[in-house]
Unconditional design. Structure first.
Length: 320
């Protein structure tokens, strides 16, 4: 019989050593637990590639999960065997793969973006403006730190984006005054927290140990802090975390309804629209690639599908 808490605690410890996020930790632990229960609580060290293949195939055939979901489960199990159990699995080649649909991104027109933003207010409007104005991902925006906003250069330094990569994107002139006013209010909130014995923010990796007082400094605070203090599930410390991204998602969804936009738009749609509108304005694709933080320009090429020159960036002979 599996002593699951002990194994799962080992998984959590290894994930933290490797600096995985709390969300990834929760997701991986959940997949590993499901894998164990699928095989009647057998210990993973007593199983191997065939058992992993059976579980992943079950997800695709019986569970009918999306390809991304199956890949997520696969990553969790590979992490378990490679990093925790120190077992190298042979190549997994007998998995029934979930089908990955090739869908083009949803993109709003300029007028649709304007209408959407008109139906947002406060912090939600400011975050949505950064998603569209700087091409940021939602989690990059809510995790933004005060020190990474450079008003004089009109730049935002995006830390630890997808793939743990840093990049620089633009700070739109249209939000500068509003963002400065917002930060004045956040500074007052931070000062109140300090006065009450709080005011410490989560620091990534081992920075908290290397710089013990940095977590209380203004520059490290979140630009978009939560309204309430909360307990860190890892350290047990009471801190003010960043705003909940789910609140932004709900607000954008409601704004889409209020604006009577028929497209299934989400906060990430604003990033797609940012890229497409830059290409429509004549900016070269390499510049857009750099602003988005794409490793391969082929990823950025997908946004050419809405350009006036057609889906492959060429003009129809009929239009000549």
């Amino acid at each position: 019989m599996l002593n699951s808490p002990r194994l799962l605690d080992q998984v959590r410890d290894r994930l933290r050593v490797k600096h995985y996020s709390i969300r990834t930790e929760q997701t991986y632990v959940d997949w590993i637990r499901r894998y164990i229960f699928f095989h009647d609580k057998r210990h993973p060290k007593d199983m191997g590639a065939e058992d992993v293949e059976a579980f992943l195939t079950h997800l695709a055939v019986a569970g009918k999960v999306a390809a991304a979901t199956q890949n997520q489960a696969k990553s969790a199990l590979l992490f378990l065997y490679r990093e925790v159990l120190a077992i190298q699995l042979p190549w997994l080649e007998n998995i029934t793969q979930a089908k990955a649909p090739k869908r083009l991104p949803v993109v709003l027109t300029v007028s649709e973006v304007q209408s959407l933003l008109l139906h947002l207010k406060g912090t939600h409007l400011l975050i949505a403006s950064l998603l569209y104005g700087g091409g940021m991902r939602l989690m990059e925006a809510v995790r933004l730190r005060v020190k990474d906003v450079e008003f004089s250069q009109h730049e935002i330094l995006v830390r630890e984006g997808k793939g743990f990569k840093d990049r620089v994107t633009m700070l739109p002139e249209a939000v500068v005054a509003t963002l400065k006013a917002h930060l004045v209010k956040v500074k007052v909130l931070h000062d109140e927290d300090l006065a009450q014995g709080y005011g410490e923010v989560y620091l990534p990796f081992a920075l908290g140990k290397k710089f013990p007082t940095a977590g209380h400094e203004w520059g490290w605070q979140y630009v978009f802090p939560s309204k309430n203090l909360s307990t860190d599930p890892r350290s047990g410390k009471t801190r003010r975390h960043h705003v909940d991204e789910k609140g932004v998602q709900r607000a954008v969804k409601q704004a889409v309804r209020d604006a009577e936009i028929v497209k299934p738009a989400t906060p990430h749609t604003l990033r797609h629209s940012f890229a497409t509108h830059l290409l429509q304005s004549g900016y070269d694709i390499r510049t857009v690639q750099e602003l988005l933080g794409h490793s391969d320009v082929s990823t950025t090429m997908i946004y050419t599908h809405v350009l006036n020159k057609g889906g492959k960036g060429v003009m129809s002979p009929l239009d000549r």
